[in-house]
Write a protein that binds this ligand. Structure first.
Ligand code: ZN
Length: 211
């Protein structure tokens, strides 16, 4: 068994060394409706918070022009040095929104970097944010369904039923009256929010398909 493993592994290793290309395992290829994606306010805001105006420009440029060598990209985008553009590339790279391959050419000691954009990642990142919010909303609904809460009319401090009983339905903070908290409205608000987020997720799903 062990012998066979070595035999199958060896030729691959040999080829990789020869080509001198260091690349991650072949990824799935996606087709993304970029125009619609950039029409989503949250998508633009996400990029803006991550990498600023310049970062968005770099990301868009790579989407439009495809994989590009780093120095050429810097020159085309009017950055004075490759170093200046790397700052933005790394910020995007941290979220896998761009990726690179590096190639050693001939006997040169340094690598040449080729960058490309992964717009589908932006779709997946947004979906992840919505899914997390749905998860929290569901938790919050469960908590409010099972727990019996009382709230102070004056300062809005919350009390459990036991606490309210102990304090004779008076707020220990300000002495105000404690009212039974109406959970139905809170829960239906959360349920509506979940519906809304699920619609957003469904719309995001329409923007990307596997090639
Ligand atoms: Zn109070």
């Amino acid at each position: 068994m062990a012998k066979r493993k070595i035999k199958t592994k060896h030729p691959q290793k040999h080829r990789a060394n020869k080509s001198k290309i260091h690349r991650k395992p072949k990824a799935k290829v996606f087709v993304v409706n970029v125009k619609k994606l950039f029409g989503i306010e949250e998508a633009v805001k996400y990029l803006l918070d991550l990498s600023g105006d310049k970062g968005i420009e770099v990301f868009k440029y790579l989407i439009t022009h495809g994989e590009m060598e780093e120095n050429l990209l810097a020159k085309r985008m009017k950055f004075n040095r490759a170093n200046a553009i790397r700052k933005y590339l790394y910020k995007l790279y941290n979220k896998n929104l761009v990726s690179y391959i590096r190639v050693r050419k001939g006997s040169k000691a340094w690598y040449t970097y080729y960058w490309k954009a992964n717009p589908e990642r932006l779709v997946f990142l947004l979906k992840g944010i919505y899914e997390e919010e749905i998860k929290q909303a569901k938790k919050s609904i469960e908590l409010n369904k099972t727990a019996d809460f009382y709230v102070c009319e004056v300062c809005n401090r919350r009390y459990s039923l036991n606490e309210a009983l102990e304090n004779d339905f008076r707020c220990s903070n300000c002495g105000g009256n404690l009212q039974h908290l109406e959970n139905a409205l809170f829960i239906s608000d959360k349920e509506n929010r979940i519906k809304f987020l699920n619609k957003k997720i469904a719309n995001l799903d329409k923007l990307v398909r596997e090639k």
